[in-house]
Design a protein around this ligand. Structure first.
Ligand code: GLU
Length: 311
């Protein structure tokens, strides 16, 4: 996903090339075995969530449909390190959002092998929930009033903030105030894209479906910065710390919610209850430490759940 740098850097020495080849071979062997990538959690470190056997939610049309079908379809991201990543060799999803999705499924009475993940880009989340393509969505999805007109949100389960990712050779951009005349990339339909458009109109905005395409463009000098949530940017920077860095302080609040169909209040309240229980019994913290915590940021306290009334 992250392509190598263009030839602006000096030609790598033979030892470096050999080391990279060796790492690549090792990496692909690991992928085929189904073991986690080098930077991922150690095998067995991921929590197992107790399945709420016999759970029933007759007032939720979404839950009833999933129960009849025999599996849950959960929307997620597939290119966000530590949060939602899909292994191209095995098709397995991993990351903090994925763990949240799994613990929610367990609370709703679904066994781990009955969760089907489906990648949905930022711009398509509301439609996917409205059309019933997915039962719920867990993928760095900011709760806000505009989106609440279209979908429901359980949570929040995590609080992120908008940040900036630049190349390590960039010295001019230290915060959003430095973006005038710069090419800034973000995902279409995202809150960070909207914030730059509204508050920093002198920046030249570039939109793609996914942040990994933005990061490719940053590495190849097509754009000057990538903007989205700090939690996402830290993951990209950690993959290539010699090439990329996160700069400045977070300049927004992005509370992450679990997206549900808007009218399904029963499902939303059940997920709020499930989150509260998993925060209390330590599963939330275990999930964080096995995923997002690997980026080096210690587990924060989860934000207060906003159980807003049915409308
Ligand atoms: N949290 C922000 C949003 O929901 C940015 C991350 C994303 O696009 O998923 O728009």
């Amino acid at each position: 996903m992250i392509r190598s740098l263009p030839r602006r850097t000096p030609a790598p020495r033979l030892t470096t090339v050999l080391l990279l080849v060796a790492l690549a071979v090792l990496g692909s062997a690991c992928g085929k075995d189904g073991s986690p990538p080098v930077k991922g959690p150690a095998a067995g470190a991921l929590p197992r969530y107790t399945v709420n056997e016999g759970f029933q939610l007759p007032d939720s049309p979404t839950w009833e449909r999933a129960e009849r079908r025999g599996h849950l379809t959960v929307g997620a991201k597939e290119d966000q390190p530590y949060l939602g990543e899909k292994d191209p060799a095995t098709g397995a999803y991993s990351g903090f959002d994925i763990e949240i999705a799994r613990m929610m499924a367990a609370s709703l009475g679904f066994q781990p092998d009955t969760i089907h993940f489906r990648t949905i880009a930022s711009a398509n989340r509301e439609t996917a929930l409205q059309n019933g393509q997915i039962d719920y969505y867990v993928g760095t999805y900011t709760i806000n009033t505009n989106r609440k007109k279209l979908v429901g949100f359980a949570g929040p389960y995590y609080l992120a903030g908008q940040g900036l990712l630049v190349r390590t050779d960039e010295n001019d951009i230290k915060g959003p105030q430095d973006l005038a005349g710069k090419r800034v990339c973000s995902a279409a339909g995202s809150t960070p894209y909207q914030r730059i458009q509204r508050d920093y109109p002198k920046a030249t905005l570039v939109a793609y479906d996914t942040y990994s395409v933005c990061v490719d463009n940053l590495l190849t000098y097509q754009v000057d910065a990538v903007t989205t949530d700090d939690a996402i940017l830290i993951g990209y920077a950690a993959k290539v710390p010699e090439e990329l860095k996160v700069v400045g302080k977070p300049f927004s609040q992005e509370p992450y919610g679990i997206g549900v169909p808007r009218s399904d209040n029963a499902l939303r309240f059940a997920l709020d209850d499930a989150l509260a229980a998993r925060e209390k019994d330590g599963d939330w913290k275990k999930a964080y430490e096995a995923t997002l915590g690997l980026s080096g940021v210690p587990a924060p306290n989860p934000p207060a759940i906003d159980r807003y009334p049915a409308s």
